[in-house]
Design a protein around this ligand. Sequence first.
Ligand code: NAG
Ligand code: NAG
Ligand code: NAG
Ligand code: NAG
Ligand code: NAG
Length: 366
Amino acid sequence: MIVNGLILAISGTVLAAVVPINKVPVARAFDRSNALYANWPSYDELPLDKSYPSKAAWGVWGADDELGALNHITNETILAAAAEVKLGQAIPLNLRLGLPDPPANPSRKPLLHLFQPGPGYSDDVITLNTQISTQYDGLRHFPYSTNNSIDTYQWYNNLIADYNDVIGPAPSEVLGIQVAAEKGIALRGILLDWARWMDSQDAPFDAFSARSITVRELDAVAAWQGLCGNWSRPGDFLVIRTGWVRQYQTLNQTGRALLPIGDGFSVGMESSEDSLRWLWDKKLSLVGADNPAFESTPFNMTIDGEARSLHQVFIGGWGQSIVEFLDLEKLAPLLHQLKRSTFFVTIQNLNVVSGIASPPNAMAIV
Ligand SMILES: *[C@@H]1O[C@H](CO)[C@@H](O)[C@H](O)[C@H]1NC(C)=O
Ligand SMILES: *[C@@H]1O[C@H](CO)[C@@H](O)[C@H](O)[C@H]1NC(C)=O
Ligand SMILES: *[C@@H]1O[C@H](CO)[C@@H](O)[C@H](O)[C@H]1NC(C)=O
Ligand SMILES: *[C@@H]1O[C@H](CO)[C@@H](O)[C@H](O)[C@H]1NC(C)=O
Ligand SMILES: *[C@@H]1O[C@H](CO)[C@@H](O)[C@H](O)[C@H]1NC(C)=O
């Protein structure tokens, strides 16, 4: 989500091809037939080729790969995740599709819901900006760019050369949300309830401020929840509860209309190299949170002196999607009561060819 005022501003313009498509060389032998991680590069080894953007993981899963971090999901990780189903209680994690209302970013139109009556039946029609509610950011959502200008856009594995192939009248299909829709996303979720941890220490915070959550804090949250040692497993979906949705739910309609987060401020993971390194080592399939952008906003990170965001590195660099505005307000208390941090979760994106993002239709089962 976030900062796509830019895209709106230039849509409608005919854009020239800017980045030549070069096959991404697989600079380092990455043997997938053997153990999945036999040649897994360390964070310091990224990028595999100096010509790639900073900390990109291009080539790690192969030059033509479109799945990115979803490659961490295997039959084995799904079978292991299924062991998290202990009570048989299913908890959907999606906000109502019209929430937040109005959209947190004022450049985005609210959900349009129309009815089409027929003889003896009724249809309805929805027009949805996929960024307004609980959402799964696909790999077309965020290119790398040094100055937010299309002149510097680069998508995952350099598989898209021309911005028209994303937003033009005849978009290409590569990296579309259909890839994630057809993969089959079932995995182990792991909740770090940062908001509850803050409450436990009587540490008040404003979720509508640029409060950055550090990896030091997240490790402390994990320890507080009783997780120890290497508490994550490859393929996990890491979910952080920031308290944003909780605070949003306390606002009346006037407060919601006034909420200044469009170009504004929200709590989230610190946008930093510490965060990147910590996350890369965990080999996660997905990250998510109950806030607008997973990372805190506004975006203000630099890597190697260039403006970057976690969005750019995750989506454009690692091929790792982000799930935002998750509703964790039923799941989190239940897990706390059960003294658990992990759960089984499935995600079914809309199967829209060339799509950019989707409601995740996320459901936890504990
Ligand atoms: C998962 O199992 C199916 C059926 O046995 C098999 O066809 C497929 O290749 C397996 N996938 C992976 C990633 O191992
Ligand atoms: C962004 O950077 C590119 C490459 O350096 C440059 O060609 C372009 O003019 C810049 N655009 C803006 C809006 O600064
Ligand atoms: C980025 O935001 C964080 C959190 O608000 C702040 O501590 C830091 O000073 C900011 N850095 C820059 C370069 O603006
Ligand atoms: C924990 O993870 C680190 C980094 O991946 C690894 O080096 C270490 O061997 C792991 N320890 C255990 C006990 O698995
Ligand atoms: C709604 O919330 C605002 C603060 O955001 C408050 O000033 C106002 O009194 C509230 N209105 C009602 C009807 O409760």
